[in-house]
Design a protein around this ligand. Sequence first.
Ligand SMILES: NC(=O)c1ccc[n+]([C@@H]2O[C@H](COP(=O)([O-])OP(=O)(O)OC[C@H]3O[C@@H](n4cnc5c(N)ncnc54)[C@H](O)[C@@H]3O)[C@@H](O)[C@H]2O)c1
Length: 355
Amino acid sequence: MNESLRFGIIGAGLMGVEHIQNIALLEDASVAAIADPHPPSQERALAAAGGELQVYDDYAPLLADESINAVIIATPNHTHAAVLRDVFETDKHILCEKPLCTTLDDCAWVVAEAARRSQVFWVAMEYRYSPPVARFVREVQAGTAGRLRMLSIREHRFPFLKKVGDWNRFNRNSGGTLVEKSCHHFDLMRHVVGAEPLRVFATGGADVNHLDEEYDGEQPDIIDNALVVVDFENGVRAVHDLCMFAEGSRHMQELAATGDTGKVECLMPPGQVVLGRRIPRAVETIDVAVPDDVLAAGYHHGATYYELRDFQRAAVEGAPVAVTAEDGMKAVAMGVAAQISIAEQRVVLMSELGL
Ligand SMILES: NC(=O)c1ccc[n+]([C@@H]2O[C@H](COP(=O)([O-])OP(=O)(O)OC[C@H]3O[C@@H](n4cnc5c(N)ncnc54)[C@H](O)[C@@H]3O)[C@@H](O)[C@H]2O)c1
């Protein structure tokens, strides 16, 4: 590397702090400043950075600092579009947290703007970066299961955490659970399947969580469980099974790709990849290692570190962008299609959304 990356982080809540902790593990990169109006977030960010950080309430001075050459946007989902309008006025490289935006119109604007600009623009869809998931993807793409026919992505976990200002309790802020949470899984589906989705059917509801919560007299309107079936243009069938009242699960995520000759699974945690063959029948379990300091630097089984490392390579060395604005928009679109499918109890064609 012949040029260092100096980050400014806009939004220093849970995810902003995870970025600070992971950037500390990168070579030749540092966080110069954060911008966040919420004093407790500022304090946590300062503590994570060991006190060496310029702290702003507003992001204008951060953007005006010419020594900062990369910006991470980790503000609530519904603010991404407005923040991006200002960040795109600079030439700083941009890593924007998922989901890209909460509406497809805003996503389309970002796609057009990113194409017009010369800086690196990357959407932080990081699940593909966790080492066990990356190994799973490599095995499927190498043909370990034969010709891929079915893909299943299950996330069974704890309810949504509390956020600053409780923004994640309402669809208008988050985009809805299948945009907010499941854009990760829809991105992973497109990545693994290597084709575009044709149609989506989903069923889901708000059955257990947040039912007795109230914010300024308003009840949360987000769903807490769903099943989403997706047909891909290459004939692969995929299903996403999301349950957010499943603390009793053995694994938080279970991925299964089945082809004509075998099956590849990924179990998280502990971070195992299982390679299965049909004839003669054989099953091999591989423990995929993640360095302890990388594991300890966040909640995403190492994904944030490896995503940031590749973002750095794109920004500094001109390596390709792995998750483009268009990828970000397509993941949001699959979530939007699933939300419409639940609301209208019907199959939604991706072409209805102009994709
Ligand atoms: N990659 C992942 O797996 C992952 C995980 C969690 C969150 N996220 C994403 O990261 C983003 C932030 O989520 P979070 O969990 O950190 O939320 P959070 O509520 O913990 O933090 C958001 C922070 O943004 C600040 N903020 C709000 N408006 C701002 C503005 N205009 N300028 C500067 N700061 C502002 C808030 O004060 C708060 O401190 C969301 O888009 C979320 O979807 C991604």
